[in-house]
Design a protein around this ligand. Structure first.
Ligand SMILES: Cc1cc2nc3c(=O)[nH]c(=O)nc-3n(C[C@H](O)[C@H](O)[C@H](O)COP(=O)(O)O)c2cc1C
Ligand code: SF4
Length: 524
């Protein structure tokens, strides 16, 4: 279309949930009615969810952003010269100068919002497949070494060095090896995996293909959370297109090496995100956790050596191969290298995705990006790292985001999900919820988790109940601590093993919510 103005409206499901499809339809209808030539591109979301629906218009001054656009705003926006980037109360100027975006360090999410997610041409025009092209020219050991040298650690939760995992699979002898992407993303307040699959699916395909070349795998699966129908559809479409174009299939980039990738819809249980339960589920069985050893790297899917990584771990790899390990490693602090796409959620004014190098503090995230609570009330507690992560009180908000610094205070970075609670939150009820969640989601294989979580709910109920001569509150608190100790050390996997994190952090930092007058610490 000549002289058509390019306008971008996100196709991300978070944008669609607040009316992006209706905004796109209104734009098309109103432009047609006025005889204006429009080239509508459904791009990925920038991750500034507080501004969705975020409409961008390509102009000689760059892309101009209009935020919180509703379908009924479209006529007035066109009257104000939307197609030329004209002034309007909803206009935020050049999108890349919006402080929320300008302050970020976007490496993995650099293309997010910029491209049409399923366009291979758009992907390649923005550094896409540069990492795979570099990898094809390298020996398999050199690929795994580059990932090791980058310092990348697993973004799914356990922060295990990705390069070591790949080297283990590479050195295992087998007639068949697999690469599996864990896209079950069940943590509260997280959406970076979903955004990647819906918004930049070739980045994940590229990362998984690089892994396959490094370890000698010829088949791969993306295990996607069943509640993510858009991600399932977009990934499926991207796999088909990438296969047809020779980036996947029998002869990846004419390298003589094969990699076949398939999308699988997950079983709809939180525990199926635990890697061995995920393997069981992929094999068509009930999602029950396997005992380790053997490690999946040695005996994984169908008993064969398997690389299992989170979406963001794989998505971080193309850039490492394209720009070199040192480029990535230069971001971050200590043993936490690179960047993390942090997800702000819960009671926060400006919820959205913030990619920053490790070292950023929670206070910066909560206030410089998040703008404080959405309710306007003081923030009381922040849960970091999903439903099994600790609650951090204000005294810990200046800690740098770093795996070791968090571990030192009994917290976890996990998948980078941050859920904010204001001063109306009752931390005893949130602790109870953690135990209840574990009781509901437990796979039932081991006793500390299966039985302990149910007993945990009962003990917390007794602690917070009105005084009762049958129960001595300090004794019940001790019982809860002993139970947490058993779950921490006796559970087969992190489901039961980490449920004590939210419970103990709530008890330690918010004793008043449990009806305890003074901090009740084990060390005291
Ligand atoms: C109960 C439970 C749920 C989990 N859910 C996920 C998940 O949804 N996505 C994920 O990547 N890892 C999840 N994990 C962690 C995985 O077991 C595993 O460590 C991870 O997929 C490895 O990839 P990474 O090294 O790239 O992080 C979960 C772990 C547990 C115990
Ligand atoms: S800790 Fe819970 S989820 Fe994990 S194996 Fe034991 S029962 Fe299953």
């Amino acid at each position: 279309m000549t002289n058509a103005v390019t306008v971008y409206v996100p196709r991300d499901s978070a944008a669609r949930a607040v009316g992006a499809d209706e905004v796109a339809a209104a734009l098309q209808a109103e432009c047609a009615r006025r005889g204006l030539a429009l080239d509508l591109v459904r791009n990925s979301s920038r991750g500034l969810f507080w501004l969705e629906t975020l409409v961008e218009v390509r102009t000689p001054r760059g892309r101009i952003a209009y935020g919180l656009v509703a379908p009924e705003d479209v006529p007035a926006l066109l009257d104000a010269g939307l197609l030329e980037g004209g002034a309007h109360p909803l206009c935020h100027g050049p999108v890349e100068q919006i402080p929320y975006l300008a302050r970020q360090q976007r490496l993995t999410f650099a293309r997010m919002g910029v491209t049409d997610p399923v366009s291979l041409a758009d992907y390649e025009a923005h550094e896409g497949f540069a990492g795979l092209r570099a990898a094809v020219a390298l020996a398999p050991e050199a690929i795994a070494q580059a990932v090791f040298d980058s310092g990348l650690r697993g973004r799914g939760g356990a922060a295990f060095p990705t390069g070591i995992k790949w080297k283990t699979v590479a050195s295992a002898e087998a007639d068949q090896k697999y690469v599996v992407c864990n896209a079950d993303e069940g943590d509260s307040g997280t959406y970076s995996d979903r955004m990647t699959m819906e918004g930049d699916p070739y980045m994940l395909i590229e990362g998984m293909t690089i892994a396959a070349l490094a370890v000698g795998a010829t088949r791969g699966y993306v295990y996607i959370r069943s509640e993510y129908p858009d991600a399932v559809a977009t990934m499926g479409e991207a796999v088909r297109r990438a296969t047809a174009a020779g980036f996947l299939g029998d002869d990846v980039l004419a390298s003589g090496r094969a990699f076949h990738l398939e999308v699988r819809k997950a079983a709809g249980a939180y525990v199926c995100g635990e890697e061995t339960a995920m393997l069981e589920s992929l094999e068509g069985k009930r999602g029950v956790v396997r005992a380790k050893p053997p490690l999946p790297a040695i005996e994984g899917l169908f008993g064969k050596p398997t690389v299992i990584n989170n979406v963001i771990s794989f998505a971080s790899v193309p850039l490492i191969l394209a720009r070199g390990a040192a480029f990535y490693r230069d971001f971050g602090m200590g043993r936490s290298r690179g960047t993390l796409p942090i997800q702000l959620a819960g009671n926060v004014k400006y919820g959205g995705l913030v990619e920053m190098a490790f070292g950023v503090t929670l206070r910066e995230l909560l206030y410089d990006f998040g703008g404080g609570s959405a309710s306007g009330r003081p923030i009381k507690a922040v849960q970091v790292g999903g439903p099994l992560g600790a609650y951090l009180p204000e005294s810990q908000w200046d800690l740098p985001l770093d795996y070791e610094a968090y571990a030192a205070v009994g917290a976890v970075v996990g998948h980078g999900g941050i859920v904010v609670h204001d001063d109306t939150a009752d931390l005893a009820q949130l602790a109870r919820y953690a135990m209840e969640f574990c009781a509901i989601e437990s796979c039932g294989k081991c006793t500390p988790c299966r039985i302990g979580s149910t007993r945990g709910v009962e003990v917390i109920d007794r602690i917070v109940a009105p005084p009762n001569p049958r129960y001595n509150r300090p004794q019940q608190v001790q019982l809860l601590r002993d139970l947490c100790d058993t779950m921490l050390h006796g559970s087969l996997c992190a489901m039961g093993g980490m449920t004590p994190y939210p419970v103990l952090s709530a008890l330690d930092h918010y004793p008043q919510d449990f009806g305890l007058a003074t901090p009740d610490r084990r060390a005291a």
